[in-house]
Ligand binder design. Structure first.
Ligand SMILES: Nc1nc2c(c(=O)[nH]1)N[C@H]1C(S)=C(S)[C@@H](COP(=O)(O)OP(=O)(O)OC[C@H]3O[C@@H](n4cnc5c(=O)[nH]c(N)nc54)[C@H](O)[C@@H]3O)O[C@H]1N2
Ligand SMILES: Nc1nc2c(c(=O)[nH]1)N[C@H]1C(S)=C(S)[C@@H](COP(=O)(O)OP(=O)(O)OC[C@H]3O[C@@H](n4cnc5c(=O)[nH]c(N)nc54)[C@H](O)[C@@H]3O)O[C@H]1N2
Ligand code: SF4
Ligand SMILES: [Mo]
Length: 712
């Protein structure tokens, strides 16, 4: 496992540690900090602790926090260069209305006038809000309350539906609640680690370092593509796209057939075993081999390794979630853990690796697919409890969730939603089937975009742009993948007139006349945190004993302790987890004569999503300046294409020109892969509007395309 070589961690770390500027190759005195502000990384959900070096009011450096339990001083390339995002080109500096600079007062007045007028005419629910996994938890809590109780609309969701929704739905169905059961430490303690559709070497590099601590464990990686993570594996399973359910069901089949299940655990802590057993009788290794393309004896061997492990850990990410069967795949994975009792013990967990720095925070603080503190819209008792905590009438709290993100976009097209507020997400690059989204952004009567950057591909469509502070400029908390709440601090002031999202929400509440009722006396995120502590008390994500000071000194605090469900009791009506009989289905839009390739999309270590942040960091942009398309040599030969040719990728919806061709065995024949980071060659022009019926998550990982040379 030569991880260092693969991700280049140490060289960069060393350069930064000695104050050497890797962009210019010399030690620059202006980068020597005169004070260090402790905070948490604002990119991915690994949640590394770091310090921002400040000199003369500017962020000049970043270094890893040696005392933080997550990363113990290490950072990946994005983290190491994160201070550059603060003064990257294109920061939003002042409010912009119809292309003209305006004052904050005017911006807020116009926003409320337009939205309340639309609501008065078309009903409260003609207003929709789409947020993110990248604010602090205090902001999520405040925003949810403002939207649902202040503006009175349920139609509030986030980019987390493009990301973690399948894991959330899967957890709720299997265990009765959201909440990743394990800890990073489990990766260091497991004797078997199975990663499904998770390329942690690129996307969670510091978590990937945990593998180095556990060289004795057997690492199995299931991915249709030979990723950097796959190269670390003891056993690599190059399964066909979207065939994970067949693999996992066949593993369960072997476990039951060979008596490797934990009957005691099943009897005490689960329901649905008989139905599952009957259902997966047909999922023999031979049957699954036909679907996955893996050899039957490999499936058999992997199942036996899992069944015989003392402690087995399964981690998954977008290869699982980004699917029309995402939630069900999560259920099939959870089945494995429940059948064998590989859950709630050191080293044993089914574990969704989260994406964004605080996607967990928005799940906890709720108001989108659930109510705050993992409460349920459907539960009268939960609504009543919240109403009394808030001192409002219970009838103010919705009895069901509002529309999910893709359905909000559909509702805009159907003119049921006429005003839209987009906060900290960039759908013009990240939403599937761009044509549909574009039509919605062009036709919505009133569009507000609140972002740290402007113009962005999305803010260009906005009537009103609100400039926001970003990571490094505001205070609050993030929760990482292992439920660890860490502190986020302001090191420098935001540029120009940009403000923390929290301040924007409070100003709106004040002008809307709901501040006294909903946010009495609130001034800082600390006020929101204090209320959140009360609201989360007694819930699974209980913050009541956590203080800001505590988090700082302890390097983060895990709610729920190291792992959930240690006692085998689950938050369902009968206290038992559910086993699900899941049927594999082929993915929508199979390759065909006109569009013979399956297009897979994803990430690379240097860039963050739509590149508003990393595109302006020269070292990262320089390392990965443009998109590429990976194609197997066999296919390239057939098409007469050579490495570095510029190709056009076309689906039945649209085409993307001038993508650099990489001819590589990383990708199997019949498949192509392209990163989704680049608006110039936007992969989401090609992707389809196909969603998981349970989680509403898009099927980002497969659609049918053809490839030709661009000059043809
Ligand atoms: N550098 C960097 N790091 C990031 C991010 C970033 O933008 N850049 N984003 C963060 C966020 S929000 C997220 S959600 C995570 C995502 O982290 P990952 O999920 O690791 O990222 P992806 O590259 O989208 O997809 C992961 C893998 O799924 C595989 N895959 C595709 N189809 C299938 C399938 O049918 N089955 C299986 N088993 N695998 C399949 C792909 O080949 C790919 O290697 O990364 C986080 N970290
Ligand atoms: N084809 C394809 N599409 C995908 C994926 C894929 O694998 N393939 N992955 C999907 C996934 S998992 C995800 S998570 C999404 C991510 O997609 P997006 O959420 O669209 O990606 P980001 O670039 O992170 O956008 C965040 C925006 O918020 C702004 N911002 C950052 N911090 C703050 C802040 O504190 N306040 C405010 N107001 N603004 C801020 C940034 O400038 C940026 O414009 O993409 C999805 N789209
Ligand atoms: S692994 Fe994630 S949290 Fe850690 S430094 Fe890199 S981007 Fe930041
Ligand atoms: Mo994500």
């Amino acid at each position: 496992m030569n991880l260092k070589r693969l991700v280049g961690l140490d060289t960069l770390a060393e350069q930064y540690a000695y104050g050497e500027d890797p962009e210019f190759g010399h030690v620059s005195a202006s980068r020597v900090a005169d004070r260090w502000v402790r905070t948490t990384c604002g990119y991915c959900s690994v949640g590394c602790g770091m310090l921002i070096g400040v000199r003369d009011g500017r962020a000049v450096a970043v270094r890893g926090d040696e005392h933080h339990s997550v990363n113990r001083g290490k950072l990946c390339p994005k983290g190491l260069s994160e201070h550059h995002t603060l003064d990257a080109p294109g920061r939003a500096q002042y409010p912009v209305l119809d292309g003209q600079r305006v004052t904050w007062d005017r911006a807020i007045d116009v926003m409320l006038e337009r939205i309340t007028a639309i609501q008065a005419r078309y009903g409260k629910e003609s207003f929709g809000v789409i947020s993110t996994g990248q604010l602090v938890t205090e902001e999520f809590y405040t925003l949810g309350k403002l939207v649902q109780l202040g503006f009175g609309t349920r139609h509030y969701d986030g980019n987390t539906t493009l990301c973690m929704a399948s894991a959330v739905s899967g957890y709720k169905r299997s265990f009765g609640s959201d909440g990743p059961p394990g800890s990073y430490e489990d990766m260091a303690q497991a004797d078997l680690i199975l990663l499904i559709g998770a390329n942690i070497a690129d996307n969670h590099p510091i978590l990937c370092q945990r593998l180095l601590e556990n060289p004795g464990a057997t690492l199995i990686v299931a991915d249709p593509r030979v990723t950097k993570t796959a190269m670390l594996a003891d056993i690599f399973l190059p399964l066909k796209p979207h065939s994970d359910i067949a693999l996992v069901n066949a593993m369960a089949h072997v476990l039951i057939r060979d008596g490797l299940v934990n009957i005691g655990y099943i009897e005490r802590h689960t329901t649905g075993f008989e139905e599952l057993r009957r259902h997966i009788a047909k999922y023999t290794p031979d049957y699954a081999a036909g679907i996955t393309g893996l050899a039957p004896d490999v499936i058999e061997r992997v199942a036996l390794l899992y069944g015989r492990a003392k402690a087995a850990f399964i981690g998954w990410t977008m290869g699982v979630n980004h699917s029309t069967q995402g939630a069900e795949t999560v259920n099939a994975i959870n089945n494995l853990a429940l059948l064998t009792g590989h859950i709630g013990r050191a080293g044993a967990a089914p574990f969704s690796i989260t994406g964004q720095c605080n996607a967990m925070g928005t799940r906890e603080a709720g108001f989108t697919s659930g109510l705050p503190g993992y409460r349920k819209f459907e539960s009268a008792a939960d609504r009543q409890e919240l109403a009394s905590l808030w001192g409002v009438d219970a009838s103010r709290i919705p009895v069901s969730r509002g529309l999910a993100y893709p359905d909000i976009i559909e509702a805009v097209l159907a003119k049921r939603i006429r005003a839209l507020w987009i906060i900290a997400t960039n759908p013009a690059v990240s939403f599937p089937n761009h044509g549909v989204l574009k039509q919605a952004l062009e036709t919505v009567e009133f569009l507000v975009v609140q972002d740290g950057f402007h113009p962005t591909p999305t803010s260009q469509f906005a009537h009103l742009v609100l400039p926001a502070a970003i990571w490094g400029e505001k205070e609050g908390t993030y929760t990482n993948s292992e439920r660890r709440v860490s502190k986020v601090n302001a090191a420098v002031p935001p540029p120009g007139e940009a403000r923390p999202d929290f301040d924007i929400f409070l100003q709106l509440a004040g002008r809307l006349g709901v501040q006294d009722e909903l946010f009495p006396g609130w001034q800082t995120s600390r006020d929101a945190f204090e209320e959140w502590k009360r609201v989360s008390r007694g819930r699974m994500c209980d913050y009541s004993a956590i203080t800001y000071e505590d988090i700082e000194t302890r390097g983060g605090v895990q709610w729920g302790g190291e792992r959930l469900y240690a006692d085998g009791r689950y938050p369902t009506d009968d206290g038992r987890a559910r086993l699900f009989a899941i049927e594999w289905q082929p993915f929508p839009e199979q390759p065909n004569r006109d569009y013979p390739f399956v297009l897979n999309t994803g990430r690379t270590v240097e860039h963050w999503h739509t590149r508003t942040k990393t595109g302006g960091v020269p070292i990262l942009q320089g390392m990965s300046p443009r998109a590429w398309l990976e194609m197997n040599p066999r296919d390239a030969r057939k098409l007469g294409l050579k490495p570095h040719d510029r190709v056009t990728v076309e689906s039945s919806r649209n085409r993307v020109d001038n993508v650099e061709l990489r001819v590589t065995e990383i990708i199997a024949p019949g498949h192509v892969f392209m990163p989704f980071h680049y608006v110039e060659t936007n992969s989401n022009l090609l992707t389809q509007s196909a969603y998981d019926p349970i989680s509403r998550e898009p099927n980002f990982k497969q659609c049918a395309v053809k490839v030709l040379r661009t000059d043809q």
